[in-house]
Design a protein around this ligand. Structure first.
Ligand code: HEC
Length: 237
């Protein structure tokens, strides 16, 4: 083998990988063009604008500092690359009481307000793209179950909020017997020293920012049909 052939082969091998893994994705996602709704299919006009509210920037920093991305992804994989849509609650809900099927894949707009897209390294824990929606639903379900159990004895002050469930998880993911197996690390250092009678102490500002960030993770707003995994058929005339 000549040195010339070797060098060319080497450049071609690394060049091809670099081209497809770095250069093409960079040019494809560098500038996000607005995606319009098509009235006949989406029953909506205008362009898609992602909705997210909360302490996204501060919370994302706490998320990064504590290595949450090592075990949690924030990508609902596209159908062609290992479907996640069937995991109810990961991609949205199949039977949302108000809107029906809200499931969808991740898109580049989902990371719009983040200076660093925390797509994650591994999936030791569940994907967190829709963790806000899951905890919101979980709080509703728990309150309904308690109401059914206690009847009129159930008062508003006994209601749990999605945020309180998240604080409980962050403080001690292994708090209940059926979660003893959890390998999610306790973030109890993001809480103040417990006061008498408190099972979960008051959160520090970092914990509040993190929970606000987690609650903002509801990537189930209606996207244009062109971005949906199973776009509805155009209405028949
Ligand atoms: C060592 C791996 C690991 C790390 C690091 C980790 N987690 Fe977890 N996490 C898990 C596992 C495993 C579960 C599933 C078991 C459970 O619910 O406790 C989980 C579950 C969760 C859940 C519940 C998800 C749901 O839908 O029920 C939340 C919220 C969560 N983690 C947040 C975090 C946050 C925030 C961080 C960073 C501060 C973090 N995790 C760091 C492994 C990890």
């Amino acid at each position: 083998m000549t040195i010339r052939f070797f060098t060319l082969g080497m450049s071609a091998t690394f060049g091809a990988a670099w081209l497809f893994a770095v250069v093409l994705p960079f040019f494809k996602t560098r500038e996000l063009k607005p995606v319009p709704y098509v009235e006949a299919i989406d029953e909506k006009t205008g362009v898609y604008f992602p909705k997210r509210t909360g302490q996204i920037a501060n919370g994302a920093k706490v998320y990064a500092q504590n290595g949450c991305y090592v075990c949690h992804t924030q990508v609902v994989r596209p159908t062609y690359a290992g479907n996640d849509i069937h995991r109810d609650g990961w991609a949205g809900f199949k039977a949302d009481p108000d809107r029906g099927d809200t499931r969808r894949e991740s898109n580049a707009f989902d990371y719009k307000d983040e200076s660093f897209a925390q797509i994650g390294l591994m999936r030791i824990g569940p994907d967190l793209s829709n963790v806000g929606s899951r905890f919101a639903k979980s709080a509703i379900d728990q309150n309904l179950a308690k109401k059914e159990q206690l009847g009129d004895a159930f008062t508003d002050s006994m209601k749990v909020s999605p945020e309180s469930l998240l604080y409980a998880h962050l403080f001690n993911p292994r708090a209940t017997v059926d979660m003893r197996w959890s390998t999610c690390p306790s973030m109890s250092f993001l809480f103040e020293a417990p006061k008498a009678g408190q099972s979960i102490p008051n959160p520090k500002p970092e914990a509040r920012a993190l929970v606000s960030y987690l609650m903002s993770m509801k990537k189930n707003d209606t996207v244009p049909a062109s971005m949906n995994y199973a776009p509805p058929k155009p209405a028949e005339k």
